[in-house]
Ligand binder design. Structure first.
Ligand code: DAH
Length: 336
């Protein structure tokens, strides 16, 4: 083994001596130090030699590697090529390497835009955890154990009893506990549901929850804020309709639908041929939720809404399949 190593060293050094350009240097590097290089192969056999031989042979092997390394360095210097092997020769006069500039994901752009609109209306922006406890995701939101509403949100449960948050609503209670009242805040976040995917459903999607807690808040406040929001996002008046909706954490609860902007209300796969899209469920915060947030519902009231951020992105950019958003296909993403 020792003989083989020494032979390789002599052979390598004499070959490095004769090199004429950086291409030859690169080839020789691969020949000796590459994954299947001569020296590399020999070193792989080190593990098979007798235990007492190992330190001696290991030492020689290292010396040889080092002398080949410094031979490379010397030659690389000669050709002034900063990209040779592991040796970085800094030459600040070399032209830079072009890298392609990335861009923000459409979800992120929409999130930033919404954050700006709400910040202008005096709302704080707070993000919550993706990993949530059963208490904040359900119980504190007036959805006790065994309540059928738990079944409407197919949940990814973890072995320890926690879960991946199914909606951004848990932040209502977390924020009230932390900041008290009065409070105006939005909570953008990623949500997870264990459900089959189709053009308008994915197991991962984004919401932006809103909460306003103060004295004498009414539905009029929700409607005013929502109208302002839609005008700011779509830069035009969007047809909306409001209908009663049931969510255990609001009373009364509403669904605010917008006219499907993909098909202009004609009916398509995104709006399930109805011409309308559920965009914004909302309502007045249930007294039990205000209590869970540590406040007195006799003194404070509030509204909450759960904006489908992903849906809004689809409407704004005319994307007709939600799966494109998480698909990571650069041909799609580069359009934004
Ligand atoms: N968290 C609900 C969901 O994901 C949406 C929701 C409904 C949020 C009504 C709200 C609300 O704040 O008031 O299905």
């Amino acid at each position: 083994m020792l003989d083989d190593l020494k032979k390789i060293k002599l052979k390598a050094l004499s070959e490095f001596d004769k090199i004429k350009n950086s291409e030859e240097l690169e080839n020789l590097k691969v020949k000796y130090l590459g994954r299947n290089g001569e020296l590399t192969k020999l070193l792989k056999n080190l593990k098979d030699i007798a235990e007492e031989e190992k330190p001696k042979v290991g030492k020689v092997a290292n010396e040889i590697k080092e002398s080949i390394g410094s031979a490379i360095e010397k030659v690389a210097d000669k050709f002034d090529d900063s990209s040779v092997g592991d040796i970085q020769v800094n030459n600040l006069t070399l032209p830079g390497i072009k890298t392609e500039k990335g861009s923000l994901h459409p979800n992120t752009m929409m999130q930033y835009e919404l954050e700006q609109i709400f910040t202008a209306m005096g709302f704080k922006v707070i993000e919550g955890p993706d990993l949530e406890s059963e208490y904040f995701n359900f119980t504190a939101l007036n959805i006790p154990d065994n309540h059928p509403a738990r079944d409407t949100q197919d949940t990814f449960w973890l072995d320890d009893g926690n879960l991946l948050k199914t909606h951004t609503s848990p932040m209502q209670v977390r924020a009230m506990k932390k900041y008290g009242a009065p409070l105006r805040a939005v909570f953008p976040g990623r949500c997870f549901r264990f459900e089959a995917t189709d053009a308008s459903h994915d197991s991962t999607f984004y919401q932006l929850e809103g909460l306003m807690i103060d004295k004498d808040i009414s539905i009029a406040n929700v409607i005013a804020v929502m109208k302002e929001l839609l005008r700011a996002v779509f830069k035009r008046d969007v047809k909306v309709r409001q209908r009663p909706g049931y969510f255990p954490f609001v009373e009364p609860g509403f669904e605010l639908d917008i006219n499907c902007l993909i098909c202009e209300g004609e009916g398509c796969s995104v709006c399930k041929q109805s011409g309308w899209l559920e965009l914004l469920p909302c309502g007045l915060v249930h007294p039990n939720v205000i209590r869970a947030g540590g406040l007195d519902p006799k003194e404070y009231s509030g509204f909450a809404f759960g904006l489908g951020l992903t849906r809004l992105v689809m409407m704004k950019y005319g994307i007709d399949d939600i799966r494109l958003l998480q698909g990571g296909d650069l041909r799609f993403l580069k359009q934004f």
